[in-house]
Design a protein around this ligand. Sequence first.
Ligand code: FES
Length: 180
Amino acid sequence: MSVQLPLTEQPKASVLSAQAYQKIDRELAKYPADQRQSAVMSALAIAQAEVGWISPEVEAEVARYLGMPAIAVHEVATFYTMYNTRPTGRFKITVCTNLPCALRSGNHAAAYLKSKLGVGFNETTPDGLFTLKEGECMGACGDAPVLLVNNHRMCSWMSNDQIDALINELTAQAGGSKGA
Ligand code: FES
C-alpha cells in the first residue's frame, strides 16, 4: 500500500513521469510504511530507466519521495555500477575485471574492448553508441570473460571474436557500422 503524500510533497512532473511514480509506489508497497528508504534501489532503477542516468535532480527527487537524506541516495547511486551517475551511450558495456575473471582473461577482454572502441573506462564513443565500464563480480565467474549490456544482457565467454560479433550486432541494431 502506498503512502499518500501531502500536496506540497507531490512529485514534480519535470523530474519523473506519473508512470515512474506508480512503479515506485508498487515497490514501496512491498515494505512497511515507515521503511520507504527500503525501496531506494528499485526507485533509482526505475528513475534511470526513464531518465537514462541518475542526475543530481533525480537523486534529490528520489530522496524527497522516499523521505531520506539525499546523501544516502547518493551513496547508493555511486556504490553500484548498474547506476549511471553520468549520461551514457546507447549501449553501456560493463566488463567484469574482478579477480576470478581477471584470472580468466577478463582484463584481456577489457583491453580488447578499449582498443576496439577507442575509449577507456567511463568513456563514451564519439558517436554516442558505446560507454565502457568496469564492473564488479556478476556472479558468473565460471563464464569469464563476462560482460553486461545495459545492465540486463549477460554475455559469457567473450573472446575477441565474440566481442567483435557483439559490437557488430549492437551497431547494426543502432543502424550504423563499426567494422570487425
Ligand atoms: S569475478 Fe567476474 S563474474 Fe565473478
